[in-house]
Design a protein around this ligand. Structure first.
Ligand SMILES: [Zn+2]
Length: 396
């Protein structure tokens, strides 16, 4: 059965307060395989799983659907499919803000299928930014989220201690963002995006016995500063040789970070990478990057440099320019510069980059953690190594 749920919708503005009352009063069915007590699942967490969808459908058994603007509730008994034509509905709507809760779908008896993924619990449908379509948000709990994330952010086959270190780091990251949003008291439709922008989480079928049990064995554990502050625990695929701090990469003074030497990731993943850009592109970047613009001309040269250096020193003619690697990676993108750990070389026509690693380099190096777990380090020791100024605390 198909039903276009936004047909004949009379849009009205709803206040966040009404939305919040609705939200808090809504009862959840337990998320198997988790125990029934909510306190063991951690805070309720909203993960945006799809964005700007012009049209989509969900299917499942005994779906309960609420259209919040028209306050229309319906139960679709048996296996049914519901179609949401967002673009059409949003086009005809007047005065509808982004982040407006349009609909919610629950399946108390089973899963809700959305594209290739299956979710348990509740999906929320919001109007997306600039009314381009709908955002779909999975309303879940912290511990379910961490269980589904382990297989996506690492590999389920990795040693347990590496996965446990990942569980604590990912929980800390999610918890820090959750706290930030709660503190701001602003209207929001989700806490975290399921993408590389935040963390990649999976669906119900990414939860295995192993990821479930490892998540449970670290339940409620987060990293904190010694003063008791939860800060986002950043991590990345492979540092290449040395980790970086949030200050170096984002100019952000998040506490608890220290640059750490890491040769542990050398024997894992891709050994090295190389890429090239034209000399003209480098020259034009250097010129555009100058604080005080002045005319420069001449031959491009590079002062010999190391992978570890945070900046590169170029000459154009007789003028020296110091360019930090973070700005270079920002300008040329992750495809050309997969990490901040690289060297350069000028050739006849081009500028060559040769590097190691993948990712921003801040915090835990995942392939380094893999290596350390294989060597017998436990998750606490791994976390202490990559976050030397943070301590592990159990908060629920
Ligand atoms: Zn590393």
């Amino acid at each position: 059965m198909e039903e276009s749920v936004f047909k004949n919708l009379r849009f009205r503005t709803i206040t966040f307060l009404i939305y919040l009352i609705f939200d808090l009063s809504n009862s959840f069915s337990a998320y198997t395989p988790f125990p029934k007590s909510k306190s063991t699942l951690g805070p309720s967490l909203r993960i945006r799983v799809e964005k700007n969808l012009p049209k989509f459908s969900v299917s499942g058994i005994d779906l309960k659907r609420t259209l919040h603007l028209s306050k229309n509730k319906a139960l679709f008994g048996g296996q049914k499919k519901i179609v949401f034509n967002c673009k059409k509905a949003l086009k005809s709507s007047q005065g509808l803000d982004r982040k407006t809760l349009l609909a919610s779908i629950e399946s108390p008896t089973g899963f809700i299928s959305l594209m290739r993924d299956r979710y348990q619990g509740r999906l929320l449908v919001f109007s997306s930014f600039r009314k381009k379509g709908c955002d779909v948000v999975h309303d879940t709990f912290m511990e379910s989220y961490i269980s589904s994330l382990l297989a996506k952010e690492m590999n389920e086959s990795w040693p347990s201690e590496a996965l446990k270190a990942q569980a604590v780091a990912a929980r800390t990251y999610a918890y820090a963002l959750w706290v930030q949003k709660i503190k701001r008291k602003k209207r929001y439709s989700f806490h975290l995006d399921s993408s590389e922008f935040h963390q990649v989480s999976g669906d119900f079928f990414d939860i295995t016995n192993k990821t479930f049990n490892l998540t449970r064995s670290t339940r409620g554990m987060v990293l904190m500063t010694k003063g008791g502050k939860i800060v986002p625990a950043f991590y990345h695929a492979k540092c290449g040789g040395r980790t970086l701090t949030p200050k170096t990469v984002w100019g952000d003074y998040t506490k608890g970070y220290k640059s750490k030497k890491c040769s542990f990731c050398h024997s894992h993943g891709k050994k090295s990478w190389s890429s090239k850009v034209s000399k003209e592109r480098i020259i034009s970047f250097i010129k555009g990057n100058q604080k005080r613009k002045k005319k420069v001309k001449g031959t491009l040269r590079l002062v010999p440099n190391n992978y570890e250096d945070l900046s590169m020193r170029y000459y154009i003619g007789d003028d020296l320019f110091v360019v930090d690697k973070v700005s270079l990676r920002k300008a040329f993108g992750r495809k050309i510069l997969p990490s901040h750990y690289f060297q350069g070389k000028v050739t006849k026509k081009n500028f060559l980059f040769k590097g190691r690693g993948r990712g921003h380099g801040v915090g835990m190096c995942q392939l380094g953690a893999l290596h350390l777990a294989q060597k017998g380090w436990n998750y606490k020791k791994i976390l202490r190594y990559y976050y030397p100024n943070l301590v592990i605390r159990t908060i629920y």
